[in-house]
Design a protein around this ligand. Structure first.
Ligand code: GAP
Length: 484
């Protein structure tokens, strides 16, 4: 098995070779930190998106979904704090001109130190970040003799803030100043906040309730060279849960546990995850943590859970001059209704692309299948069947003797219910290996015996076990497996 960094590189190559993920506009040498999903990647991504959507909006009866526009009124981003606060401290090396995110630069240095020393450095960094002490951060970098990986020197500029939002002009006329300026949304959450009243009133929603959304978000990331882990255009799956003020601690705990259940339901073992509580809180939060997954590049954030107080709704009320209040008819401790208030919010925010990366990392396996007689190996993607891009490969053993006709009938029977793949070319062994490489859980082979007794061979991806079952039972067997 490859070591971890090699595994990461191997996954990237595999994704390209088998139609999962390509660099965007590759014929023009690609666009940094932007990627396109191919025929199997887009299926995998859609299956993850659908699974999240169903789990959040169908299984939780008090959560509904929306689909807000990417373009939003520019004032949205003033109210949300993104114009003033959505920036990262950066530092440039004067010799190489390379720009670094300060926290990433220090973290990389800390990783190479003995454990205790590294942790002490990170603790010091966290304190300086929390105080926004930029001069202190520069001194920390210099005192620790942290060097630029390109120039190898310690010749640093001051630490500066750099806004991560992409701005563009709106409408036909350009050059009319800030009035025409819109931003590509850096998070989907604000589309939910500005629709809070619309959904609450038209859906007659009663607190506590949630609004979920999946969609594109855009950030001008500075350090963006970790494949689909950190992209400039990516997809988020977010949910804002509106609650009574004062209940945020219990709901925050509830959603931490609930979201972890979702992660475990992907079949990923608990020891591959951990919670990371934030010391430095985002401008909107009174508590926050990440769910981290053990990627081949180490434990990294895949999802954030944030107690956002009433920060967003209160600010939208102030900037829009529209009341963002909810009337709570339930009796309070004194027996009278709670009355009007601006709800508090617990947010769950997971990156779809990062989840794709997580599912790929967990599924990817290189296996040595050599025997005394011959060398052999395979790459297999052990996706949970519900997430696999293709559920069933239908393979007639030969292109004659009526076998393709039987296979085609099975294809027609199954293809409306789940994604199937039909293939006649090459030896059956080669066809199996290609399906292993894209993570198809079942292959069914139609052979001459099928014509005699109506049975087929089902081959299981993970165990490679082959079993004889009735052709008429194939559809039901696959349907059952993909529901688990
Ligand atoms: N609304 C809150 C919010 O956006 P965040 O922690 O900045 O919080 C949430 O982002 C999730 O979005 C992250 O946990 C990560 O999975 C994903 N994400 C953030 N930036 C990303 C990027 N540049 N590329 C890919 N995914 C990203």
């Amino acid at each position: 098995m490859a070591n971890d960094n090699n595994k990461f590189q191997a996954i990237i190559s595999h994704c390209k070779e088998y139609g999962f993920i390509f660099p965007s506009s590759e014929i023009y040498d690609g666009l940094s930190a932007v990627y396109d999903y191919g025929q199997y990647g887009s299926e995998l991504k859609k299956n993850i998106r659908d699974y999240w959507w169903k789990w959040m909006t169908q299984l939780h009866e008090n959560i509904v979904g929306i689909d807000a526009a990417i373009f939003m009124h520019p004032t949205t981003w003033k109210a949300s704090g993104h114009v003033d606060n959505f920036s990262d401290p950066m530092i440039d090396n004067k010799d190489s001109k390379k720009r670094y995110r300060v926290d990433h630069l220090i973290e990389a240095h800390a990783d190479a130190l003995p454990k205790e020393q590294g942790e002490a450095l990170l603790a010091e960094m966290d304190q300086l970040l929390a105080k926004e002490d930029f001069a202190g951060l520069k001194t920390l970098i210099e005192n620790n003799k942290i060097k630029c990986s390109v120039s190898g020197t310690c010749n640093w500029t001051d630490v500066r803030q750099f806004n991560l939002m992409f701005a563009t002009e709106f409408g036909a006329v350009s050059g009319e100043g800030d009035d025409n300026m819109v931003y590509l949304r850096p998070e989907t959450a604000q589309g939910i906040f500005v629709n809070f009243l619309n959904v609450q009133k038209t859906g007659r929603m009663k607190i506590p309730f949630g609004i979920a959304q999946v969609g594109k978000a855009f950030r001008n990331e500075i350090v963006a060279r970790q494949f689909i882990f950190r992209m400039r255009e990516f997809e988020q799956m977010e949910m804002q849960f509106f609650i009574r003020p004062g209940t945020q601690k219990e709901w925050y705990e509830y959603w931490k546990e609930e979201r972890m259940k979702w992660h475990l339901s992907l079949g990923i073992p608990a020891d591959r995850y951990r919670f990371h509580d934030h010391v430095k809180l985002a401008h909107y939060a009174d508590a926050a943590c990440d769910i981290e997954y053990d990627f081949p590049i180490g434990f990294k954030e895949v999802e954030g859970i944030h107690s956002r107080t009433d920060f967003d709704l209160r600010n939208h009320q102030e900037y829009s001059k529209k009341k963002m209040q909810y009337f709570d008819n339930d009796p309070g401790p004194d027996g009278k209704p709670y009355g009007n208030y601006i709800p508090y919010v617990i947010e769950t925010s997971i990156g779809l692309d990062r989840t794709v990366m997580m599912v790929l990392s967990e599924a990817y396996e290189e296996q040595d299948l050599s025997t005394a007689e011959k060398a052999d190996s395979r790459v297999v993607l052990k996706f949970p069947p519900k997430l696999s891009p293709v559920k069933l490969a239908i393979l007639p053993l030969m292109k004659k003797d009526g076998l393709p006709e039987i296979a085609r009938d099975l294809m027609n029977e199954c293809k409306a219910s789940f994604r199937c793949f039909y293939e006649e070319k090459d030896t059956i062994g080669k066809r199996y290996r290609r399906q292993d490489a894209i993570g198809t859980p079942f292959c069914v082979t139609i052979d001459h015996q099928t014509k005699e007794d109506g049975t087929v061979t089902i081959r299981h991806r993970d165990s490679m076990v082959q079993q004889r079952i009735l052709l008429k039972d194939v559809k039901e067997m696959v349907e059952k497996a993909i529901q688990e």
